[in-house]
Design a protein around this ligand. Structure first.
Ligand code: SF4
Length: 481
């Protein structure tokens, strides 16, 4: 196989942590001379990086594999490789049941993608995943270059009974402190204005390295990178949120006043069955401490409704919690059985109709709260990061406030990006926006000032020239999830 003339296409499913794995596999193949293509029809090699967190995600992964298999039957594709979390569950079944699949690569085998592509590897024996990328690992950043994710840790040691991620991603393991800092500097030198730190549980960062308050220390160090406008982190675990972390967030203007902290439920009974502990009152006290330490902070969480044993009273307790908590952003998952999750054998299963009804009710409560919360921005001049043309409506541009995380929260739509003097805001600019309208989840405004870009003093990382060109064409076929 002549690498330089061989095109590879990636489909990346699931969460941003899986996206970083896709970007690492794309980086490795690009470094080895392969060309990346965003068009499935012209790819000789197709890689599907799968998700299998819950039933619906698994179904999406299987459907996508079968869709890509069609390209092998009738298109240019000569090889189909399946990677990611579905492999950790069904590595041999995938090969047996989908004959078009040539090889499978587990979540801990990302750096062996080249062997799969070149036929030296079909399937490896299942072992607890241990892989962790670092700042010298080739990686093709597929998000707009002004906003990149950094995976600071992998795996998880929490026993949440509804979750199989520890089985799919292995034990919790942190990346080295200096490696994360170096990667953030490289990304900033390459034009990133915002970096978002991710992991299954970012608040446990450094515990396995003997670091106390590791996330607070890491954030404070990243806050010194002048080329960055914003440093954000997602996936805080409630009982790992320390005062040191909150103080660090409050102390540095470059650390966004934003916290994403999945609570999953508020009823003591349900949280106990989820093996997560705590209760609604404890969470309200925590939210109060966060808001007291970080004035104006935006808070995001996610809940699961319909967990086995969730009574009407438990659900009403959750509704009352949401009314009292007045969160800024909220996601609600419908519980779905996963046969190797701790919750699978539990009694008290809730029927699908009731679960869907509870999800709708909780979202309706939050919609009112979100509309109320966003009203405070009307008539204000706020700082925002310009994201670019809106996918929904190319006539308007999109931006985000520091209280809005990429892809999961509301947006700020820009009706005008040109200043009276003719200067025009572009992707990655930090701007001041006068907010003219607030909806249930989004804001609308016009740019009134464009901040000058900082002059970078950082030395860009030594990325080989041809890899740079490949970056230009290298987006995944699509990112689903
Ligand atoms: S903390 Fe998150 S990833 Fe870890 S077991 Fe719980 S739900 Fe799963």
């Amino acid at each position: 196989m002549n690498r330089a003339n061989t095109k590879v296409g990636f489909v990346s499913l699931g969460c941003p942590k899986n996206l970083v794995d896709s970007e690492v596999m794309m980086g490795i193949l690009s470094r080895e001379g392969y060309e990346l293509t965003p068009h499935a029809a012209e790819a000789e090699i197709l890689v599907v990086n799968t998700c299998s967190f819950i039933e619906s995600a698994q179904k999406e992964s299987v459907d996508t594999i079968l869709e890509m298999a069609e390209h092998k039957k009738f298109g240019a594709a000569k090889k189909l490789i399946v990677a990611g979390c579905l492999v950790e569950r069904y590595r041999n079944q995938i090969l047996e049941q989908v004959p078009e699949v040539d090889a499978v690569v587990g979540t801990g085998e990302v750096e062996r993608i080249i062997e799969a592509v070149e036929g030296d590897l079909k399937v490896l024996p299942a072992e607890p995943p241990a892989f962790l990328y670092h700042d010298l690992t080739p990686r093709i950043v597929t998000t707009p270059k002004h906003a990149a994710y950094i995976k600071i840790a992998e795996g998880c040691d929490h026993p949440c009974s509804f979750c199989i991620i520890p089985q799919l991603r292995g034990k919790f393991r942190s990346r080295r402190f200096e490696s994360v800092v170096k990667e953030a500097e490289n990304l900033a030198a390459a034009g990133a204005r915002e970096v978002t730190l991710i992991g299954q549980d970012t608040t446990s960062y450094g515990e396995d390295l003997g670091l106390r308050d590791g996330l607070a220390k890491l954030l404070s160090r990243l806050a010194e990178i002048n080329e960055l406008a914003w440093v954000r982190f997602l996936y805080a675990y409630p009982n790992r949120v320390t005062q040191g972390l909150l103080d660090a967030l409050a102390a540095h203007p470059r650390l966004v006043k934003y916290m994403d902290m999945p609570l999953q439920h508020a009823s003591r009974n349900v949280l106990a069955r989820m093996k997560r502990g705590a209760n609604g009152d404890a969470f309200l006290k925590l939210l109060e401490r966060i808001r007291k330490t970080i004035p104006g902070v935006s808070l995001r969480t996610s809940f699961i409704v319909g967990f086995p044993g969730e009574t009407e009273a438990d659900f009403e307790e959750l509704c009352d919690f949401v009314r009292a908590a007045k969160l800024d952003w909220m996601g609600v998952f419908e519980y779905s059985d996963v046969d190797n999750a701790g919750s699978f054998p539990l009694d008290g299963k809730v029927d699908a109709e009731t679960i869907a009804g509870r999800r709708d009710k909780l979202m309706a409560i939050q919609k009112k709260i979100s509309r109320e919360n966003l009203k405070r921005f009307k008539g204000q001049v706020v700082r925002a990061l310009v994201e670019g043309e809106s996918k929904e409506n190319p006539l308007v541009w999109e931006a985000r406030l520091e209280g809005m995380a990429p892809e999961i929260d509301g947006k700020l739509y820009l009706t005008d990006v040109e200043l009276p003097g003719g200067e025009i805001a572009t992707m990655g600019d930090m701007v001041r926006v006068e907010v003219e309208k607030a909806d249930a989840y989004d804001l609308i405004g016009r740019v009134v000032e464009i901040e000058p870009r900082p002059v970078s003093k950082l030395q860009p990382a030594p990325i080989p020239a041809e890899a740079l060109t490949r970056i230009a064409t290298g987006a995944p076929l699509r990112v689903l999830g």
